[in-house]
Write a protein of this length. Structure first.
Length: 439
């Protein structure tokens, strides 16, 4: 039996425009709570979108009938920067790239990164030992995670302008945000209506700069092959073109550090607001030698990271487009339909999570997580699940454990940080924490 999909269109949609622009996440969460896990936004022939926060429908789209739901044009807007790398590519090209990269994320190789992870984290400990509170942790954490990406996924001996790379990357994230893409779309519709040609943006100076950085990494790698990461050395020595290697490097920069930086920043914020849970995690960290060999003893800290990524998933939306008509859990979708699957909304859906607004790491016991494969999706799900998820979790366990050995975090401001739901979830004005060194 076909299920009716609640629709927001016409005057109702107009009324939602300002709330969606000013408080997008709160507004979308309110809509899901009122109307259910599948909602259609219909602006006529120019723009139709299905908002998805239903785990069974998500399973259909990301696993059961995955061939029908391809990456949407929202992601394709990043193609000028990312080329045909693994974040953008489809079908056979994507399969070949993933198969090539898979060995690089084997536990054995990941464990070789321990020295770099601990060295860079201890440098952050030294810096935070002398900062005044409150301190905005986001810039420091971005620099930490990019430095780790460079040393573990490119070349250990590389010296790059980390601050400038982050600035360029952040500018590109703003330019390619969903909000700005929608504004550009409607501007072009107006141009068409008055018989003007659509206006498409040329590569920016920031995109060109990152492409130059990628080329410099390739040249450095060719001169220092023994110092390269497993996958970069393989590409340089293999039958890959300069463009293919460049695209892959840019994909790593785009998806390989800022997502983890977001996860770490929000984890420390969540702990600062939940002192009981922070105390349990600190106790675990202080009685454990922090290294890869002791990860199993950092089980509560792993749950802390997982729970934080439930509340603050770095990638808050996943976009798909249907190839042909489909029926998913009784909902009928036509061909060429657009979908936004939202981990943020799924993770806060009370039909899937008890008291979803609460910070409760014990949700992530093995018993509690049975059957939740498609209701907990911070790394996506199905065949396109993030290839680096194991590295991210292990890395975060080590870093959070190291920081909790040395510091207690608290949040003294009256207002919560404002979340900016761009392509990657960040705060609007930083996350300022009180950092107290433990003696």
């Amino acid at each position: 039996m076909s299920r009716k999909i609640p629709k927001i269109s016409g005057i109702k949609l107009v009324r939602y425009i300002y709330p969606l622009l000013s408080k997008p996440l709160d507004t979308l969460e309110s809509i899901i709570l009122k109307k259910g896990g599948v909602v259609e936004f219909n602006a006529g022939k120019y723009q139709q979108l299905f908002l998805i926060a239903d785990e069974e429908v998500i399973k259909q789209m990301l696993k059961t009938n995955k061939e029908n739901y391809k990456r949407s044009p929202v992601i394709k807007a990043l193609k000028p920067l990312l080329g045909n790398g693994i974040f953008i590519s489809e079908t056979d090209t994507w399969s070949i790239q993933r198969q090539f990269l898979k060995p690089a994320f084997h536990d054995k190789l990941i464990r070789e990164y321990e020295k770099e992870i601990m060295s860079e984290t201890n440098a952050l400990v030294d810096k935070w030992s002398n900062v005044k509170s409150p301190h905005n942790i986001e810039p420091d954490i971005e620099r930490l995670m990019l430095s780790l990406l460079i040393k573990t996924q490119f070349c250990k001996s590389l010296e790059l302008d980390i601050k400038r790379i982050i600035k360029a990357h952040n500018k590109i994230l703003i330019q390619t945000s969903i909000k700005n893409q929608k504004l550009d779309f409607f501007k072009n519709q107006v141009r068409k209506a008055v018989t003007l040609k659509p206006k498409y943006k040329a590569p920016t100076k920031h995109q060109k700069y990152l492409q130059t950085i990628a080329d410099s990494i390739i040249e450095h790698g060719k001169a220092h092959l023994d110092d390269c990461s497993y996958w970069l050395r393989g590409m340089i020595e293999g039958e890959f073109s300069q463009q293919e290697i460049r695209d892959m490097i840019l994909n790593f920069i785009f998806a390989g550090y800022d997502t983890t930086a977001s996860a770490l920043s929000w984890t420390l914020y969540a702990l600062s607001k939940n002192q009981r849970e922070q105390s349990i995690a600190k106790t675990e960290a202080k009685k454990t030698t922090i290294n890869f060999a002791s990860l199993s003893k950092l089980n509560y800290i792993k749950k802390v990271v997982q729970e934080s990524m439930r509340l603050y998933p770095p990638v808050w939306s996943i976009h798909r487009k249907s190839e042909v008509a489909d029926i998913a859990c009784g909902y009928t979708f036509s061909e060429d339909s657009y979908f936004m699957i939202s981990p943020y909304l799924v993770h806060r859906n009370p039909s899937m999570w008890q008291n979803p607004e609460d910070f409760n790491p014990e949700r992530f016991s093995l018993e509690n997580m049975r059957g939740k494969a498609f209701s907990y999706i911070p790394f996506g799900q199905g065949e396109r699940v993030c290839i680096g998820q194991s590295l991210a979790i292990m890395e975060l366990q080590l870093i959070v454990g190291t920081l909790l050995k040395k510091f207690t975090f608290s949040y003294s401001k009256t207002k919560k940080p404002t979340i900016v739901p761009g392509i990657i979830m960040k705060s609007k004005s930083g996350i300022e924490l009180d950092i107290r060194k433990d003696f």
